[in-house]
Design a protein around this ligand. Structure first.
Ligand code: ASP
Ligand code: MG
Length: 435
């Protein structure tokens, strides 16, 4: 008998029929003798609809009220799911994040979990009942206000509960069969990955792969929670997120066996893409000591989460340079205002905003020890006629910025160049609008 945490995403509980289907799966897991804790997201596109609704009321609603509003989505799905399970003859109880003991800091809209005290969940399991927990929410330990964990935060709820309850596995149920070598909505030849390390999954999630929330992966790595990403629409095994690169290699094995195990760890795990960023270029900055420090102090104070930075060599004649950086679309307005406010101090000529960019990233732990990966990636983009505007790398990732229009083609070109296309035909996308 195992303790399993199962998380169902919005597209798995989009309507009454889906909720009944998921309830069956949960009842089966319980009847098989497992202790079952379920984390559920809001139905379908409910969260986006609530955001749109709030925007119709006020351009800048109080964040506290925004969080209360958004957590309503998960309350709807958790109670309906508990009813559906109850109807199948299995006892189930639903809990808000606060009732489930998800304690967070005070940052509305992006709160971090500071502790998990799941007394009521344990009591429920002890009675042989299924515990359903509303995803994506917690309570601020300072003032008891309701908080949300950021978009996609139900994944984080699930992993945190799995860690807090010392669960055997955390299953993330979604609308595709697991983690793919690229988004199957864009690259139909994408292959399902059987196993990926925490560090690779962190890079993929940070580079825009939406299948798992970044903070959930951080949490899983920190507490060593194995995460199984799979489809709620099929019975197929999905992708196991676990361990670090080289885990397959047994130090006591013969060198031949070690080599064989190393071969099983693929060089490349996948291609991720991100459409959520824009580029700001500060044109004609005097190339003098401390300018970059000052610029990014101002940007940081505006609350922008910047990603790539490029500074050009200054023109010999003028001593002026250009600095470009990327940031989320949502941070453009505040950042531009903050930079313009110090224009005379920084003495730059102009600010240019470009929100028509896309970012594509290639991730793989084997990159560290394999030369020629960048050359192959750049060659693939050249052959596809796609211009590269910015480049950044980590030990196990290469990212490039392209025109937004070229992004899908760039994903496909790189995916093919690294021979990631499946021989088994197209990946199945069971549901979801990908919104
Ligand atoms: N419902 C929230 C969202 O759409 C949380 C989640 O789905 O994980 O972002
Ligand atoms: Mg959702």
């Amino acid at each position: 008998m195992a303790l399993v945490v199962q998380k169902y995403g919005g597209s798995s509980v989009a309507d009454a029929r889906s909720i009944k289907r998921v309830a069956k799966r949960i009842a089966e897991a319980r009847r098989a003798g497992n202790d079952v804790v379920v984390v559920v997201s809001a139905m379908g596109d409910t969260t986006d609809e609530l955001l749109d609704l709030a925007a119709d009321i006020s351009p800048k609603p109080p964040q506290r009220e925004m969080d209360i509003l958004l957590t309503a989505g998960e309350r709807i799905s958790m109670s309906l799911l508990a009813m559906a399970i109850d109807k199948l003859g299995v006892k189930a109880k639903s809990f808000t994040g606060q009732q489930a003991g998800l304690l967070t800091d005070a940052v509305h809209g992006k709160a971090r979990i500071v502790d998990v005290v799941p007394h009521r969940i344990r009591q429920t399991l002890e009675k042989g009942q299924v515990a359903i927990v509303a995803g994506f929410q917690g309570v601020n330990t300072g003032n008891n206000d309701v908080t949300t964990l950021g978009r996609g935060g139900s994944d984080t709820t699930a992993v945190a509960l799995a860690a807090g309850l010392d669960a055997d596995v955390c299953e993330i149920y979604t609308d595709v069969d697991g983690i793919f070598t690229a988004d199957p909505r864009i690259a139909p030849g994408a292959r399902k990955i059987d196993r990926v390390t925490y560090e690779e999954m962190l890079e993929l999630a940070a580079s825009g792969a939406k299948v798992l929330a970044l903070r959930a992966v951080e949490y899983a790595r920190r507490y060593d929670v194995p995460v199984h990403v799979r489809s709620s629409f099929s019975g197929k095994p999905g992708t196991l997120v676990k361990g670090t690169h080289g885990d397959l290699i047994d130090p006591n094995a013969s060198s031949e066996e070690q080599e064989e195990a190393a071969m099983e760890d693929p060089i490349i795990s996948g291609v991720a893409h991100d459409r959520s960023e824009a580029k700001i270029t500060i044109v004609g900055v005097p190339d003098t000591l401390g300018q970059a420090a000052r610029i990014f102090e101002v940007v940081a104070a505006a609350g922008a989460n910047i990603d790539m930075i490029v500074q050009n060599v200054s023109a010999a004649a003028t001593g002026l340079t250009d600095i470009s950086f990327t940031l989320p679309h949502g941070d453009i307005r505040s950042t531009v205002a903050a930079l313009n406010a110090v224009k005379s101090e920084l003495k730059f000529d102009d600010l240019q905003v470009d929100d028509e960019i896309g970012k594509v990233s290639l991730v793989g732990a084997g990159m560290k020890s394999h030369p020629g990966i960048s050359a192959r990636l750049f060659g693939a983009l050249r052959d596809a006629g796609i211009n590269i505007e910015m480049i950044s790398t980590s030990e196990i990732r290469i990212s490039v910025v392209t025109r937004a229009d070229n992004l899908d083609d760039a994903v496909r070109a790189i995916h093919t160049a690294f021979e990631l296309d499946s021989a088994e035909g197209e990946a199945v996308v069971y549901a979801g609008t990908g919104r």
